[in-house]
Every structure is written in structure tokens, then in C-alpha cells.
Write a protein that binds this ligand. Structure first.
Ligand code: DX5
Ligand code: ZN
Length: 228
């Protein structure tokens, strides 16, 4: 059992003050960077120039989540701008495993993500080629939506496979993660937790980061107890 990874999403931060907003989460493990193109999702956020600016003001790993069409065309820019990991959607790529291989070769963590309606089963046999699987627990596109608890079934399936095969693939969850939901996600087997509104909507964002991590540890302990 490893310490839960807390990844605040700057989608919920004040874009005019990203340097201060990143400083405000000094205890975060990663910074989650939500890239939206207005096509794959009905919202537009920012692209490589903003991510490159963020990379200049933090040493924390940048966890890039591409919610865009044709990720093959765009990943190089994020790699060059300093991403620690790049996660793209399987629904947007004709050959996700080829793209994951390309990302690994470029020296970054390779991640795939699935929308709530997309099954995870076709990707299980490829887990050895993936550093990260991002399970969406809301429809991608916007922060501040309600957590979809039924998505935790995918997390349980992934946890089981990863443990059975002794793999190191990270299970990340994104959408509606807050004090009332994070322990259940941790109990189901998540390793990394994206939180936008729960962190940046808090009075003291860094306190929210630490509170979320503590609640995730409680969830991990519950899982350990039930395994006996
Ligand atoms: C949604 C994004 C999320 C979003 C999460 O499409 O991928 O990362 O910022 O926001 P909250 O934590 O508010 O649900
Ligand atoms: Zn995201």
C-alpha cells in the first residue's frame, strides 16, 4: 500500500494567477493539467503554452489529461513542455497502445483514460504497457460535477488485475473527488486522486489537500481490513 497521490486540478484555479494557485497547494503530489479542445468535450481550457508556463513555476510532476481529438497530433508538445505523464482518451485514439508506447519511448508516463460509458475490459490485457489508467467518475468536460459511484467497479477490476499480475500501473480517479467520496475511491483501489473544486473551492487549498490524503489513507486501511 503506497501513500495516496493527491493531484489538484488547475482547471478550478484562478487562471490569472496560476503561479500563486500552484504555490497554494504546496503539499500536493502532482499538478493535474486538464486540456480540453471544445471537440472531444464541450469545453475549451488551455493548451501547450499555458502548460509550459506552469512547468516554469513548479517542480511538481505535471499530470496532463488530454480531453482532445487526435491526441497523436498533439502529445509531443506536452512532452516537450515538461509533462511527467500524458493521459489521453481511448475514445479519441485509433490505436491507444501504439500511442502509449510512443509516450514511454519519449520518457514520460503513459496513461489512458475512459469516459464513464466506456468499458475497461478491452484494455486489461495491455496493462503492462500502461503506467497509468485514469477512470473518469464524471463525464469529462467540467469541474464541479457529482461523483458517479458506479465507476468504482472499474477501479475494482483494475486493482484486481494489477495486483494479480504484480504490475505497477497507477489507478487514478477524476471527477467529484471530495471529502465525502475519496475514501470510497481509495477503498476500491485507487492510487491517485484528482480534485479540482474540492481543493480550489476550499478556504485553504493546502489544508484540503492534506485532509483528502488523510481520508484516502482511511479508505486504504478499510480495504486492508476487509482483505483480512
Ligand atoms: C473534468 C476534469 C477534471 C476536473 C475535476 O473533465 O478532467 O480533472 O477538473 O474537477 P472536480 O474535482 O471539481 O470534479
Ligand atoms: Zn482531469
Amino acid at each position: 500500500m503506497s501513500t495516496p497521490i493527491i493531484a489538484p486540478s488547475i482547471l478550478s484555479a484562478d487562471f490569472a494567477r496560476l503561479d500563486r494557485e500552484i504555490e497554494a497547494v504546496s503539499d500536493a503530489d502532482w499538478i493535474h493539467v486538464d486540456v480540453m479542445d471544445g471537440h472531444f468535450v464541450p469545453n475549451l481550457s488551455f493548451g501547450v503554452p499555458v502548460m509550459a508556463a506552469v512547468a516554469k513555476v513548479t517542480d511538481k510532476p505535471l499530470d496532463v489529461h488530454l480531453m482532445i481529438e487526435e491526441p497523436e497530433k498533439w502529445v509531443d508538445g506536452y512532452v516537450e513542455a515538461g509533462a511527467a505523464g500524458v493521459t489521453f482518451h481511448v475514445e479519441a485514439s485509433p490505436d491507444p497502445i501504439a500511442l502509449a508506447r510512443k509516450l514511454r519511448e519519449a520518457g514520460v508516463k503513459a496513461g489512458i483514460s475512459v469516459r464513464p460509458g466506456t468499458p475497461i475490459e478491452p484494455w486489461l490485457e495491455h496493462l503492462n504497457e500502461l503506467d497509468l489508467v485514469l477512470v473518469m467518475s464524471v463525464e469529462p468536460g467540467f469541474g464541479g460535477q457529482s461523483f458517479m459511484p458506479e465507476q468504482l467497479e472499474k477501479v475494482r477490476v483494475l486493482r484486481n488485475q494489477i495486483d494479480l499480475r504484480g504490475l505497477g500501473t497507477i489507478i487514478e480517479i477524476d471527477g467529484g473527488i471530495a471529502s465525502g467520496t475519496i475514501a470510497d475511491a481509495a477503498e476500491a483501489g485507487c492510487d491517485a486522486f484528482v480534485a479540482g473544486s474540492a481543493v480550489y473551492g476550499a478556504e485553504v487549498p493546502n489544508d484540503a489537500v492534506n485532509e483528502l490524503r488523510a481520508l484516502a489513507v482511511e479508505g486504504q486501511l478499510r480495504a486492508e481490513e476487509s482483505r483480512g
